[in-house]
Write a protein that binds this ligand. Structure first.
Ligand SMILES: [Zn+2]
Length: 691
């Protein structure tokens, strides 16, 4: 499972990106020099922000771990084309065409600019389908203009993915509907097609070919996660992703790099890598399971990778794994901070502002590793999750556990690339804007840790409820109430002297950090209304929780004032002390509701403060946000690794750099896999002609 950038603190996808809520980060930035002044937002292409990702801890890793990372990094690039092919049968040909044009620019400037715009979006989304809407986007120049650019590039030496005997013009005719017709293969994944239509026939991805979901009902699928299901001569066949099967050239290349990594890996990692190679060789379910178990068992290593057919979001049936790779190291500083919180969980429990009878006696904090990614490819990049929890198989999770990671450097880059106008538009004063700029990242990171590590782990249920979960009693109110409880715990303890005592914030910064988070929290309750384009009620639980807390504070304390200036509404925090006192009172009540399963009280609380909003206020917020012209998603430029070789060619060390250039990076990746791509095309397992 992945955690999307839009969620507030814990898992569960939210409906749309929300820059104001991206769980921001960076004690590095706020407390250290690393992030100061460097470039995060590299460019804007339509609704996409192109942002550079930094991995500051890489250089401090021992050299053996840097070399291990280098081999895993190459394995991540080696499989990238697999995901392109899974996403769309024509993807690799289309990419080779536009990349040849980018590498051999020719023709009129406006046409060149349009090809560049299209290609950057193509790279960001790994093909011609928008990652948020699943809808196709197309070139806006004419097919004739495009054809003359292709011919001009060919004259300059560009090569194109021609089929045997095919001319350039025939290739252009073949690919014309893919580049220019938005109604041809209009959607990559359609889980709820128009009535009567088949989910597979309506989905343009290449996980299936020529079969419908209905035809698969009686079919005995032996490789549900790692096969492409096709119809050959009226018969349904599974093309298995493995050595000797589909994607053989890419998979063999991945294995070469994984094998090179093993001598540099500590034992548990080496075992997991061997198990992964075993699965790539056979494709068998039992070997996939053995790999999952070996990967979960490797909990102490500093370097880790995910490489394989993993998440199933691309498949309308939710069965086929999209290929992805991530290589990452544990961020020791940040992981230590949450472990410190976890080790003090009992202190927090003993100081909760709720009735003694709801306090736990042996509370354990919930922890996960905080990591920095070095590279993310396939289904995991350039658009990346902010957190991951694997493996997906429920039985392995229950028996052997799972690993959960939160990706710190992605969070940091989201926060640092945020549009400056965004904070100021909803801040009442320049001081508030400045405070948000300086402290919001660090404040929100600490609040998120408190929410996860202390918040969700805390509190005891009433004995009368034993044998029954609070969900049973609180029904549809449960999730929003539980999220509110965890948020309130974070807001309550953030200004507590204990935080300074634990060394999590410097004493001189404490007041400003806590205030920055309170102000951010109050602002977000307004800003999130922009996502509610229709109707007058809020459905999503995290959003209900925020509305409820802020509106309750406005109604019951003197902490926040709703002010209007020049026809614009603001939530202004006027008394941080009253804010905390109110949070404590509300938290005591929320805990009472949870402990006793008081459904009526939960319902009344959310009906009154969390669910309904004024559509006029929403319209105003939407208009203000639209004027700012914010990006709706972010694609990341990955760090770049480079080996330092000895005279005999052996890798002696590895350096890291930050290209700040999406084009250069994408061309470099494609060049690295040109040989396996061509072999794949020549092999029988290559793309089936036509759809
Ligand atoms: Zn939560």
């Amino acid at each position: 499972m992945t955690v999307a950038a839009m969620s507030i603190a814990c898992s569960g996808p939210a409906p749309a990106p929300d820059t104001e809520q991206s769980p921001a980060s960076s004690s590095d930035g706020a407390f250290g020099p690393a992030a100061a002044g460097r470039k995060y937002l590299v460019e804007r292409v339509d609704e996409a922000a192109i942002v550079q990702l930094y991995a500051d801890g890489f250089a401090a890793l021992p050299v053996k771990e840097r070399i291990l990372t280098w081999h895993l990094y190459q394995a991540a690039i080696a499989g990238r084309d697999i995901f392109y092919d899974q996403r769309y049968a024509h993807n690799l040909d289309m990419r080779d065409v536009v990349e040849a044009l980018i590498s051999h620019p020719a023709g009129e400037a406006p046409v060149r600019a349009e090809i560049e715009r299209y290609t950057k979006l193509f790279w960001a989304n790994s093909g011609p389908y928008n990652n948020l809407t699943a809808r196709k986007f197309v070139l806006t120049c004419t097919p004739e203009q495009f054809a003359s650019a292709v011919h001009a590039a060919a004259e300059k030496g560009a090569t194109f993915p021609l089929r045997p005997g095919e001319t350039i013009d025939q290739m252009l005719t073949r690919l014309k509907p893919m580049f220019f017709d938005a109604s041809f293969d209009p959607s990559v994944t359609t889980k709820t097609p128009a009535s009567g239509r088949d989910i597979l026939a309506s989905s343009a991805n290449n996980l299936y070919s020529g079969v419908t979901a209905k035809e698969l009902e009686g079919f005995d699928e032996k490789y549900p996660l790692n096969s492409r299901v096709v119809k050959v001569d009226g018969r349904i066949v599974e093309e298995v992703y493995r050595v000797g099967g589909r994607y053989d050239p890419q998979i063999r290349d991945i294995i070469t790099h994984l094998e090179a990594a093993i001598p540099y890996a500590p034992d548990p990692t080496a075992q997991a890598l061997r198990a992964l190679i075993g699965w790539y060789r056979t494709g068998e379910e039992r070997d996939r399971r053995a790999y999952d178990i070996a990967w979960v068992a490797d909990t102490s290593s500093s370097i880790d990778t995910i490489n394989g057919f993993t998440e199933v979001y691309l498949d309308a049936r939710g069965m086929k794994g999209a290929w992805e790779a991530l290589v990452y190291y544990v961020n020791r500083t940040k992981t230590a901070a949450i472990q410190k919180l976890a080790s003090e969980a009992q202190w927090f429990e003993d100081h909760m502002p709720w009735d003694r009878q709801y306090c736990k006696e042996n509370v354990q904090g919930v922890t996960a590793n905080i990591i920095d990614v070095v590279i993310e490819t396939g289904d995991a990049g350039p658009i990346t999750p902010i957190g991951i929890n694997l493996p997906n198989e429920q039985e392995v999770r229950e028996k052997y556990g799972s690993k959960s990671v939160s990706i710190a450097n992605v969070n940091e880059a989201y926060d640092r690339s945020m549009d400056a106008g965004y904070r100021s538009e909803f801040s009442w004063s320049p001081e508030e804007t400045a405070r948000a700029k300086q402290w919001q990242g660090a404040a929100h990171e600490l609040a998120t840790d408190l929410h996860e590590v202390i918040g969700h782990a805390s509190g005891r249920l009433n004995h009368n409820l034993l044998g029954c979960t609070p969900q049973t009693h609180l029904k549809e109110q449960y999730s929003a109430l539980e999220e509110a409880r965890a948020d309130l715990v974070a807001l309550y303890f953030l200004p507590d002297p204990k935080i300074v005592e634990m060394g999590l914030i410097r004493p001189e910064d404490h007041r400003e950090v806590a205030l920055a988070e309170y102000e951010n929290y109050a602002r977000t309750a307004l800003v999130q209304l922009r996502r509610m384009r229709e109707g007058t009620t809020i459905e999503e639980d995290h959003m209900r929780n925020r509305q409820m807390i802020v509106n309750w504070l406005i109604a019951n304390t003197k902490a926040i004032e709703r002010r209007v200036r020049d026809g614009k509404a603001y939530n202004v925090v006027v008394d941080a002390g009253a804010f905390r006192e109110g949070v404590g009172r509300l938290l005591a009540e929320v805990q009472r509701i949870k402990s006793n399963g008081d459904y009526a009280a939960a319902k009344a609380l959310f009906e009154r403060h969390g669910i309904h909003f004024d559509p006029k206020l929403r319209d105003e917020i939407v208009a203000r946000v639209e004027k700012l012209n914010l990006p709706s998603y972010t694609a990341f430029i990955q760090p770049r690794l480079e080996p330092v070789r000895a005279a005999d060619g052996a890798v002696r060390d590895v350096t890291i750099s930050y290209p700040q250039d999406l084009t250069a990076q994408m061309l470099e990746y494609s060049k690295a896999t040109r040989a396996t791509r061509e072999e794949f095309r020549r092999s029988a397992a290559g793309p089936v002609q036509g759809r």
